[in-house]
Design a protein. Sequence first.
Length: 517
Amino acid sequence: MIAPVSGALQVDNARVWTGNPDRPRASSITIVGARIVALDADPPPGAEVIDARGRPVIPGLIDAHLHLLLGGRSMDRLDLSGVTSRNQFERAVAQRHRSLPPERWLVARGWSQENWPDRALPDASWLAGAGERPVVCYRMDEHAAVVNDAVLARVECPAVDPAGGRIERDPETGAPTGLFLESAAWQLINPLVPDPPLDERRALLLAAQAHAHRLGLTAVGTMEYARDVADVFLPQRERLTLRCRVTLLDRGWPMDLDAFAHLPREDPVAVIGCKAFLDGTLGSRTARMLADYADDPGNRGMLVEIAADGNLHPWARAVAVAGLSPSMHAIGDGAVRLALDVVAGLDPAAHARIEHAQQIDPEDLPRFADVFASMQPLHKADDGRFAERRVGTGRLGGCFPFRRLLDAGARLAFGSDWPIVSCDPLAGIRSAVTGLTTDGASFRTDQNLGVAEALAAYTSGAAGALRMDHAGTVAPGADADLVVLDRDPFTADWIDAPPRVVLTIAGGAVVYDAGSS
């Protein structure tokens, strides 16, 4: 559990960016327990002093949207994000197969057809190198999975695709190829994949926390299942130094509102919301669009789950009645419009959030005034490689419109969606301020943000989206969450030499020190 340090702590000789426009700069920070009590004051008697040596200090960074436990589990899975051909894909699977004990499933993640020249979608034949071992390989967005014959033998494939999903089939025989999209993957494949042992999952959570602290994260908005909150997070409360604001992924309907009465609501683990998936992803062409995909005529993507069932509005009202935030995954402009319709029908106190909002029809931008837009700059860096092919040149104006959203009065919160992409917030800021894609090209640079705007989205903006009243700024009364950087973020070369984290302080305690790592 986040516990106050005994005595007091003084961060001295610092160049502090407070994130507070009324007092933007300071040179020292006084901490007592887990809270900041003063700026530019003499240290209390007996206080421990940290000499920042003239380096920049910023508020603790906050990731508004990730999957912490899944991120920890991804650190133990085969990473296919770097494979650039079918041959590399097959070799990586065969190599991991040889290293695993016989009883273990081979689970991989990170592949994207955009990474190899012909952009062919994988099928079960790509996994033949694992023999009879069950293999599941998730696309980088986790909205598609390819499995081998050993898994297909365990799947009861319906003759008709499940609502909000698709089973890829051989055009001649109609047999499943091994590729499952959206709810077809979630309903038919995911329940078959064995969970790691409980002690292993708890260890992976702590590994994920350490990884986050190394990157300057002091709080996260994490998407988790209720069973993992109970079995993994809460038993680790005494060891958690990362503030976890949980949005539940459980999506049963109708909802059991009585179950929410006993949810944790205080540091370090607080359940703040429930999530609904409205559509898929741009990379898989399953994000719901208002018009056809430019590179797939006749396809507008799909609505999924309760959005497809017509229960989205009553779901959002039920979540709000339970005192939680409705959080809606909406990537395509069709899904975003539906999410905005839901927000418009709720009291602002419901604190509804639209997650991703990657493609927005320009007519809908004014509707984002005072609406939480929880977005991921590194999705722009990745999807920017193929977005124009997907939506066409004429619709690019609505693609990742960071600047236009701010101008419309949106409440912008940045995160990563880790493990979909890296949870490094400094890498996210680099994407937001440079417009560079993962292959080094420029994309939508007219929507670039200034450094202060990007920092705010990772601090005060994310804190606002996650209902964290005392986080996101350096001010008396704020949580004592701080990051020391090696260079000034406002003068750094964000293309070639972005800042790095030197020290992370969470709840008044040093949780990462690059000098001692």
